[in-house]
Design a protein around this ligand. Sequence first.
Ligand code: ZN
Length: 315
Amino acid sequence: MTQFSADSAAVTLCECFCRDGLQHEPTILGTGTKIQLIDRLSTIGFKRIEATSYSNPAVIPQFSDASAVLKGITRHEGIYYKATCPNPRAVQRAVADLEQGFGANEISVLISASDSHSQKNLKRSRADQWDNIRQMVESSGGRFRIIGTISVAFGCPFEGAVPMARVVEDAQRFQELGIQYVTLGDTTGMATPATTRRLFTEIMRGTSEVTPIAHFHNSRNTALLNYVAAYEAGVRYFDCALGGVGGHPHQIKYGGGYTGNACTEDLVGLFESMGIPTGIDKDGLLQVSRQCEEILGRQLDSHIARTGWNPLTAA
Ligand code: ZN
């Protein structure tokens, strides 16, 4: 395996347990537990933490405490605390919290790469969602780092293959709106290492100012393979969730009941064993991993949590 030592080899991981992870968990976590968890993630090396979502509390009660969580956490210099913003109302709430001194410093906006998925997931067409996104970018007033997310970028559960040219166009549209970070979401785990390499290469060719982010789901046990393929294509930003929790959109009935985010512990273990610096305190990560299992009351889907780190990995 290639060994990397230059800084440009290092990766930036976004820990998504507290939002993507918890979104479909039936147990509503206490606000204090979430704050404690985010604070712990801040101290073990994560530079991006998906903290909460400004979604409608009537639809997703898990995040009805979004403002309280953001108010309660201890912020660290250089860390981005992300809040998902599904609609213009969400951005208004993000701005209001920011004006009170405790908002997120990163928000994400979402487009589906297929119309069918857009209709099922967002209840509106792609064209309408682009109108929404333009409005959201405008009302954010340049006060946040905005992440443009393209879901079902590698394939749609309703339409099948998604043309790569469309995904590249979406990334270009984000770029035109001044958005510099674009996440490609493999929402139902249809990507392969080959399509991963091709699509990320096309995105980097087709946009001059976009930093791509990879978000793979482990529906078919391929997430880690795809992360390595994305890394080899030049991607350095990756999303993952402790214990592989989340990424399970059961309300719109796809994924065969199991999708799952890529597991943070296993991704850190893989990258570190390849000599790719993650910046994560590995002992601290295993402690948080155990804590997440205690919080959710079950064993989570992490191999490293059971086996420990690869003993050949340099300390
Ligand atoms: Zn996910």
